[in-house]
Design a protein around this ligand. Structure first.
Ligand SMILES: Nc1ncnc2c1ncn2[C@@H]1O[C@H](COP(=O)(O)OP(=O)(O)OP(=O)(O)O)[C@@H](O)[C@H]1O
Ligand SMILES: [Mg+2]
Length: 363
């Protein structure tokens, strides 16, 4: 598939096989990830492979029925597949009770569009029994139908990736791919303008609807600007205070709001990768735009007809490698929880509707 060509049919996802394998060990698999990334599609595929159905808590009638009697729903044939579990928090307690009766592997697969560790009750309910996997947007290999082994190769045979051959990818194609990202609905759009519209609508909806579900905040109007400022720091050392100041927010509020944006997968904070004794700047947390599309408003990334040179358009494209290697390191020690949770136990992250009452993230 050439860069920017629309998706054809359902793209095979590497995470599908990994999730399938995890079910042989884990009693509860939680698939978390940004909106529209493909969680429901993945869940349906897993359910179909096991001959079960998906309980969709996005559906209001189903939601009411599950809220009225969660125990009945969680006692169905395994794996019980529940989409958007965060809509009915009680379902987690019912799962826990069910696991007390039978904690066999492969009992439940649940999905959610909010970081699990941002939901305090959720984080506590299934401690030690839940295996988290993050569904990211499609990788370039998945989009092209190529099974990637880059990380494994870099660890096992790093010399194999060094080649004297020049890339056949043109500058325009690099830009096209970088600005298209990996969200299937965006990739289905034919033009840059149509994709940009999709991303704009996506951000607006997430900030309007999902933030309101997660927390009560007073300076909602500052969120888009904060997000823009943070996105402008992509691949740089993170400075939340500066981004907050530009958006008219106090440092503490900016940090809390930034955690909200992380909880919704709108941004992705890369942890420091150096040990404390190493070079100081490397210890600062870095930062990455989680849509995997380069923020078009923050740089001149509009595709052009330029054909040369055949190299990535931005010197900071090394971020992708850092991202991957960090994920790999972390996946060894934490399963597929991609990084040490950044909002675990944070008292500032207080859900609004389902999860708690009146607290806010404002300072
Ligand atoms: N592997 C895939 N290949 C091609 N298209 C896909 C793939 N996965 C999902 N899609 C498409 O992307 C869109 C969003 O998918 P899906 O509804 O599964 O995402 P989601 O993460 O559950 O979204 P939401 O958070 O809104 O519930 C759908 O139109 C779906 O058909
Ligand atoms: Mg869904």
């Amino acid at each position: 598939m050439s860069a920017g060509a629309p998706l054809r049919g359902l793209v095979s996802r590497q995470i599908a096989d990994v999730a399938q394998r995890r079910l042989t060990d884990e009693p509860v698999l939680a698939l978390q990830g940004p909106r529209a990334v493909g969680k429901t599609t993945l869940l349906r595929r897993l359910a179909a492979a096991h001959g079960t159905v998906v309980i969709d808590l996005d559906d209001l009638e189903t939601r009411d029925a599950v809220a009225a009697d969660p125990a009945i729903f969680v006692s169905g044939p395994a794996p019980v597949c529940i989409d958007e579990y965060q809509h009915v928090p009680l379902v987690l307690d019912a799962i826990k009770a069910e696991l007390n009766r039978d904690g066999a592997p492969g009992r439940f697969v649940i999905t959610g569009s909010t970081r699990h560790d941002a939901l305090p009750q959720a984080a506590q309910a299934l401690t030690g029994r839940l295996h988290l996997m993050t569904v990211y947007p499609l990788s370039q290999g998945e989009i092209s139908g190529v099974h990637e082994h880059l990380i494994e190769t870099l660890f096992n045979a790093p010399d194999a990736v060094v080649t004297a051959n020049a890339s056949t990818t043109s500058r325009a194609e690099y830009i096209e791919r970088a600005t298209s990202g990996g969200f299937p609905p965006a990739l289905l759009r034919q033009t840059y303008a149509a994709r940009a519209r999709w991303f704009d609508d996506y951000i607006s909806l997430c900030l309007e609807r999902d933030v309101a579900e997660l927390a009560r905040i007073q300076q909602k109007a500052a969120l888009p600007q904060l997000l823009t400022r943070l996105a402008a720091q992509t691949a740089q050392v993170l400075n939340v205070a500066a981004a907050g100041q530009a958006a008219g927010l106090k440092a503490r509020t900016a940090e809390n709001y930034t955690r909200l944006l992380e909880a919704l997968f709108l941004i992705h904070r890369l942890p420091a990768w150096a040990r404390p004794s190493a070079h100081a700047p490397l210890r600062c947390p870095s930062y990455m735009w989680s849509t995997q599309a380069w923020p078009p408003d923050c740089c001149d990334s509009r595709p052009t007809s330029s054909t040369a040179p055949n190299r990535p358009p931005y010197s900071n494209s090394a971020t992708y490698w850092r991202h991957s290697s960090s994920a790999r390191r972390s996946s060894r020690s934490h399963g597929w929880t991609e990084y040490p949770p950044s909002v675990t136990g944070e008292p500032t992250m207080v859900p609004r509707s389902n999860w708690s009452s009146n607290a806010t993230t404002d300072q």
